[in-house]
Design a protein around this ligand. Structure first.
Ligand SMILES: Cc1cc2nc3c(=O)[nH]c(=O)nc-3n(C[C@H](O)[C@H](O)[C@H](O)COP(=O)(O)OP(=O)(O)OC[C@H]3O[C@@H](n4cnc5c(N)ncnc54)[C@H](O)[C@@H]3O)c2cc1C
Length: 413
């Protein structure tokens, strides 16, 4: 069986790798370098605990506030395209208490085996940088910590089994000496992990090639055509035509424009984020940290630290907004005692492919035999990449419907 995958981000590469493991001859095509878009400069957290949708009660209030906000972590900039109005209407509809609880349960169920899927990649020789120090949610305000402890109860009721430890006051600095003395406390999710996301994509691309597959870079797919005898062909900017039995579209946010000419509507919006990775001086954090009040992520990667954040819905451009990045860095450093960047490695922007209910969109496209979509992973593409690849590959290669994927079908919109 021949399968073409459009998009060499963590989702497309995970699908392609698992299909190559099942004997498919895969060709992955990317407009850019493999793993260069949303899958590059993100925080790299693998976190079933934080696998919850952004479509939540309060989303309406936050959306209205964000019109005027300059300092907030989330902003909404309505896009003049008609599709944006449709997206926001659906997003607000999914943000009810009932809708949020249902979506959270589906995501928790899906993310439950995330760690096992990372272990399975390592066991099969896929190589990437992984750190197993857990993940800490850090609070400046003691009241926020107390309130957040209720989230643990909710997650336990949804089946979260990881171990959680709470540190208060002085003991927080003993837990991670990089933290500022004024920090009120931290909640350590001891069994979470993080990866250097760039190395995950590199490792998957290499494993695909070792299995006889091909990863084509810097060649955008311009057109998808359905051919007779259940075949698909894609044509690229360089004039290449690739014909296959199956086509997986995992192109992140541009998935919607790629599938639109086929009459397939995918309600996706871009949620722009930004990060800075640097080596520095002072005591670097020994754990990845979610800096709660400012929603900034801090990820230590060996001798470098990455600070990332912002969730700017409707902002589709690729320019680096220095004001937004400076805000992320300033807010991030306010949680640390003395670490500060001295040698900049990279500044980055990326677009989280965010669906209208902030759940992934995974499954066959109805009425189009052989066409499969895998996108919409929003804030969770790293966490859910390997499990998405494994389950999608079983559906594509063996035609076995995977019950865990049922909440994520395109037909729900
Ligand atoms: C600041 C930030 C922090 C984050 N932190 C985390 C985290 O800690 N943990 C986590 O789980 N998730 C995190 N995420 C989310 C995660 O980065 C995304 O969910 C994930 O990278 C999406 O992967 P993807 O493969 O769907 O998209 P992408 O990585 O964007 O890949 C899509 C690929 O398709 C290609 N493409 C597009 N159009 C075409 C075309 N016409 N032809 C060929 N190729 C095309 C693109 O070039 C791109 O390489 C974060 C995101 C941001 C922005």
């Amino acid at each position: 069986m021949r399968t073409t995958v459009i998009g060499a981000g963590v989702i497309g590469l995970s699908c392609a790798y698992e299909l190559s493991e099942l004997g498919h001859t895969v060709t992955v095509i990317d407009a850019d370098a493999a793993g260069a878009a949303a899958s590059a400069g993100n925080a790299g957290w693998v976190t079933p605990f934080l696998s919850t949708p952004r479509a939540a009660p309060g989303a309406v209030r936050d959306a209205v506030r964000s019109f005027t906000s300059t300092e907030g972590p989330a902003r909404m900039r309505p896009h003049p395209e008609l599709g944006f109005a449709d997206w926001i209407t659906k997003f607000l509809r999914a943000s009810t208490k009932k809708g949020n609880r249902k979506s959270t349960a589906a995501l928790q169920e899906f993310a439950r085996d995330a760690h096992a899927h990372f272990d399975a990649l390592l066991d099969r020789g896929v190589s990437f940088d992984q750190y197993t120090d857990g993940l800490a949610v850090v609070f400046k305000d003691e009241q926020n910590l107390r309130h957040y402890e209720q989230t643990v109860t909710t997650m336990r009721s949804l089946g979260y089994v990881g171990s959680v430890r709470v540190y208060r006051g002085e003991e927080t600095r003993a837990f991670d000496p990089a933290l500022h003395p004024d920090i009120a406390g931290a909640l350590h999710l001891e069994t979470e992990r993080h990866v250097r996301p760039e190395t995950l994509c590199q490792g998957l691309a290499k494993a695909i090639e070792n299995n006889g597959g091909e990863v084509v870079e810097h060649d955008a797919v311009d057109r998808i055509t359905e051919r007779p005898a259940r075949q698909w062909s894609v044509t690229t900017a360089s004039g290449r035509t690739v014909v296959s039995d199956n086509l997986v579209v995992a192109a992140g946010f541009p998935t919607r424009t790629l599938l639109a000419p086929l009459g397939v509507k995918v309600p996706l919006e871009a949620a722009k984020g930004t990060s800075m990775t640097a080596r520095g001086e002072g005591t670097a954090p020994s754990h990845p940290l979610k800096l709660y009040e400012n929603m900034v992520a801090c990820s230590p990667f060996g001798n470098a630290v990455r600070l990332s954040g912002t969730f700017d819905i409707g902002n589709r451009d690729f320019t680096l907004n220095h004001k937004r990045l400076d805000m992320v860095v300033r807010q991030g450093l306010s949680y640390l005692a003395d670490w500060h960047p001295t040698n900049l490695d990279v500044e980055w922007v990326g677009h989280r492919p965010t669906s209208a209910d902030d759940l992934p969109i995974i499954g066959p496209v109805p009425g189009r035999t052989g066409l499969y979509v895998a996108t919409g992973h929003g804030t969770l593409g790293v966490t859910l990449g390997p499990v998405t690849g494994a389950l999608a590959a079983r559906e594509i290669a063996h035609g076995q419907t995977q019950p865990q994927l049922e909440p994520f079908r395109l037909t729900r919109f």
